[in-house]
Design a protein around this ligand. Structure first.
Ligand code: MEV
Length: 419
């Protein structure tokens, strides 16, 4: 089945949903859940967080046209900002050649930190901890036999010495393969388990025992070639490269550049129940890993004048545990993607981030982003004024031509068109 569905945006919500149902093999019950827009029941809401007094729904959409590693995907996106889903779908349409966007993800290694202070001889303490690596790892792994059975678990340690304002600090990193989980629970429990042993070994005092959101051992790398003739020629390619060069030279621009990437990444994260704050934290820290803030993607030109994009960022996502299993809509999001592993989800999210970034840079380097926004805005106003089917586009186009996008004008145009 193909994710290339021309005119998807022109269909009614029910028509779109029936296409998604067919694509992803959704059940009638899942379709009903998605359709009941305020879809979190009291029991589930109360289970997820404390002091619940209600729930709040966001629009759930799918981006079409995605081909990633040669596979077709309809990509679920939850976001409140107009144009993002349309932009992702448009970008994905010109990224389908040669098997589409390529994504590769590393092994799912997360880092847990154990902070040790009050040690007289930090280097000696570091050596003692390293000498007891095997004991530390087996203690950590006793904490999560199921993860170990699945091939994951604590695999290695690193010991770092920090010179802090309160004196030397010895930070032990526990490197944990978390398999299909985001990993915070597993890693935090392991850190808490081994902390007393580290105190015992060194005579120091442990304070923090917690995962690091700088997931720089869990990296997705996505790349794509966009043929110049598919995007309006080499001038557009040059414009996109100039936009990238701007972001590379200026943190004010890099921030917005990366925001565009996160528009895609976080929309998929929300639709699949991920810890999106962890993703944001990891992304921005990674962007600053050289000591200055830089763009997470790179755009360059190949020898034939085509555009080549590359994105690299941490991607700590899971398909088991937490919200991914409890939230009924997150489960449907994962089902629409058809992902079987957290690695595949990470590969998709890297690809969506890259496509979203391309869409923004292309618009910015050519017509600007307001044109697209205005088109969507005009369509919304036309629909609110009562336009249906093809009339939505007709009324919207007329309003854009006149430069007057208002509810009253939409009504007048509708009357003029005889409906
Ligand atoms: C808006 O949500 C995102 C953009 O600002 C991204 C960018 O400027 O690259 C359009």
């Amino acid at each position: 089945m193909t994710s290339r569905i021309p005119g998807f945006y022109k269909l009614s919500i029910d028509e779109r949903l029936s296409k998604v149902k067919e694509f992803a093999g959704l059940t009638d019950e899942e379709v009903t859940l998605l359709r009941e827009m305020g879809n979190l029941d009291d029991k589930t809401a109360d289970l997820l967080i404390e002091n619940v007094v209600g729930s709040m729904a966001y629009p759930f959409a799918v981006a079409t046209n995605f081909m990633i590693n040669g596979k077709e995907y309809l990509v679920p996106m939850v976001i409140e900002e107009s144009s993002v889903v349309a932009a992702a779908s448009n970008a994905a349409r010109v990224m389908r050649r040669d098997g589409g966007i390529k994504s590769i993800v590393s092994e799912p290694i997360m880092i847990g930190q154990i902070q040790l202070v009050n040690v007289d001889s930090p280097y000696q303490a570091k050596m003692i901890i390293l000498e007891h690596k095997d004991e530390i790892l087996s203690l950590a792994n006793e904490q999560d036999p199921i993860l170990v059975k699945l091939g994951g678990g604590a695999k290695d340690i690193e010991v770092r010495l920090l010179d802090s304002r309160i004196g030397p600090m010895i930070v032990t990193h526990l490197l944990v393969d978390v398999r299909d989980a985001m990993g915070a629970n597993a890693v935090n429990s392991m850190c808490e388990k081994v902390a007393p042993y580290i105190e015992e070994l060194t005579g120091g005092r442990v304070y923090l025992r917690i995962i690091s959101n700088l997931a720089d051992r869990r990296i997705v790398r996505s790349s794509v070639k966009v043929y110049k003739e598919d995007i309006g020629g080499e001038e557009v390619v040059d414009g996109i490269i100039a936009a990238y060069a701007f972001a590379e030279s200026d943190p004010y621009r890099a921030s917005t550049h990366n925001k565009g990437i996160m528009n895609g990444v976080i929309a998929v994260a929300l639709a699949t129940g991920q810890d999106h704050r962890a993703l944001e934290a990891g992304a921005h820290t990674y962007a600053a890993r050289f000591g200055w803030y830089s763009p997470l993607s790179v755009w360059e030109k190949d020898e034939d004048g085509n555009l080549v994009g590359y994105l690299e960022m941490p991607m700590a996502v899971g398909i088991i545990g937490g919200c991914t299993r409890v939230h009924p809509i997150a489960r449907i999001g994962l089902k629409i993607l058809g992902v079987k592993t957290a690695k595949e989800l990470a590969e998709i999210m890297g690809a969506v981030g890259l496509a979203q970034n391309f869409a923004a840079l292309r618009a910015l380097a050519t017509v600007g982003i307001q044109k697209g926004h205005m088109k969507l805005h005009a369509r919304n106003i036309a629909a609110m004024a009562g336009a249906k089917g093809e009339l939505i586009d007709k009324v919207a186009e007329e309003m854009i031509r006149e430069g007057k996008i208002t509810f009253d004008r939409a009504k007048e145009i509708l009357e003029k068109l005889g409906s």
